[in-house]
Design a protein around this ligand. Structure first.
Ligand code: MN
Ligand code: MN
Length: 418
């Protein structure tokens, strides 16, 4: 017998004893701790399995307790679905700043790229356009938005916290913070690779066009352009604009006004559903007509409430957390179930048709946006499904008493109370 083969036999013996331990723990799968093979803290009979003596960053860890101590029902793995503007570097200029979470930083986020931007009072996001559609929700202050459509019809509108805007792909636009507090908002591009740092800027184009061409194009002398900026401005400080009506009058075109507004007062609209647990307000192309590639829901969950178990059959969900504290679990084949914690400024992502639910884990209302690259908001509710399948089928599948099934909500309730 060689040394090598002796070592092989010893290793096989050690593996065998580990397998014996694993088999006995597997037999302990119970309601609330179903994992096979055994996974999760309840299976860790040796207390040393639960200690974490290595280097740590406690400030980061305390915000993400479900990564540190996953619920016993979590199992398997899935791509990272947590990210945050709070850990994104700011690009600061006089007039405001921006930071972003694109697919470069958040691999799972293929359909949406997110940008968080601040404009001081008078601060201007330079006139520009891009190849993607731009959707936004205002979170602070007020902002003046301008846009020109493909028929040469112009719109100028002021938006406040809780309002949305949507600019179809390729339509040129600008943004300016208003008094007294300026504006802060979150943009969602309908393409995960889009970057706010890489847009088509009017200053760049003019600076890189021969002066004679500019003169001919606009029908004025070459000298008229001698002071144009030679580098782009992107964000810069301007004067707070005058009355909205004056700007609207100034942009009037012979081709008339766009048929549908590019802005939408989402937080002012009558909720689509109000329950004891909270409410849901939905803006998609059925009520926010121009928003043909982005659908969104503003969800409010009261303390202890639950955004009920559901999925979206038509699109991935990109989430932006505005207020409060949350815990979301995502379910996939495998099985896989994984839980993450979210706070204001954080971003979540759930792939199309994967089951999920969101708990309010804080003491105040939880408010977050669900954003989809889709023309319509669509949702399938688990409770709705189980209460609209023949009860004998549900009872046989889940070992449930038909009397219990009869108590399930008969219409889909988006947010259940504590
Ligand atoms: Mn833009
Ligand atoms: Mn959802």
């Amino acid at each position: 017998m060689t040394k090598l083969s002796r070592r092989g036999i010893l290793a096989a013996g050690a593996a065998g004893s580990v397998a014996t331990i694993a088999a006995s723990a597997q037999a302990a799968a119970t309601f609330g701790n179903p994992d096979m093979p055994p996974q999760g803290a309840p299976n860790a009979a040796n207390p040393q399995s639960l200690t974490d003596p290595g280097p740590q960053n406690p400030e980061l860890a305390k915000n993400l307790p479900s990564f540190l101590n996953p619920p016993p029902t979590d199992v398997g793995d899935m791509p990272m679905f947590w990210n945050s503007f709070n850990i994104a570097a700011k690009r600061i200029q006089n007039g405001g700043w921006a930071r972003q979470v694109t697919q470069s930083d958040f691999q799972i986020s293929t359909t949406i790229s997110g940008v968080n931007m601040r404009l001081a009072p008078g601060g201007i996001r330079e006139m520009h356009w891009h190849q993607q559609a731009e959707w936004a929700v205002m979170t602070v202050g007020a902002c003046r938005v301008t846009v020109l459509d493909e028929k040469g019809r112009a719109a100028v509108q002021d938006v406040k916290a809780g309002d949305l805007w949507y600019f179809p792909a390729g339509l040129p636009h600008s943004l300016q913070g208003l008094g007294p507090d300026g504006a802060e908002f979150v943009l969602a591009f309908d393409n995960g690779m889009s970057s706010e740092y890489n847009t088509l800027l009017v200053t760049d184009w003019l600076a890189h066009t021969p002066p004679e061409v500019l003169a001919k194009n606009f029908g004025v002398p070459v000298d008229a352009f001698k002071n144009i900026p030679l580098q782009d401005r992107w964000i810069f400080q301007g004067e707070v604009p005058g009355p909205l009506a004056a700007d609207q009058a100034a942009v009037k075109a012979g081709s008339g006004e766009p048929p549908f507004p590019f802005t939408f007062a989402l937080s002012d609209m009558k909720p689509n559903q109000i329950s004891a647990g909270g409410q849901v307000q939905i803006a998609d192309s059925t009520n926010f007509k121009v928003s043909t590639t982005v659908a969104a829901a503003l969800v409010t969950v009261k303390p202890g409430g639950l955004r009920a178990l559901h999925w979206h059959p038509n699109a991935d969900e990109w989430q932006y957390y505005i207020k409060g504290e949350a815990r979301m679990t995502v379910f996939n084949t495998g099985p896989a179930a994984q839980t993450a914690d979210f706070r204001a400024g954080d971003v979540g992502y759930v792939r199309k048709s994967l089951g999920h639910y969101v708990e309010n884990t804080g003491q105040t209302d939880l408010v977050f946006m669900e954003v989809f690259k889709a023309d319509r908001y669509e949702e399938v509710s688990l409770a709705d499904w189980l209460s609209h399948t023949p009860p004998a089928m549900v009872a046989a599948t889940l070992n449930l008493d038909p009397a219990v099934i009869a108590q399930f909500p008969k219409t889909a309730v988006a947010v259940m109370p504590a």
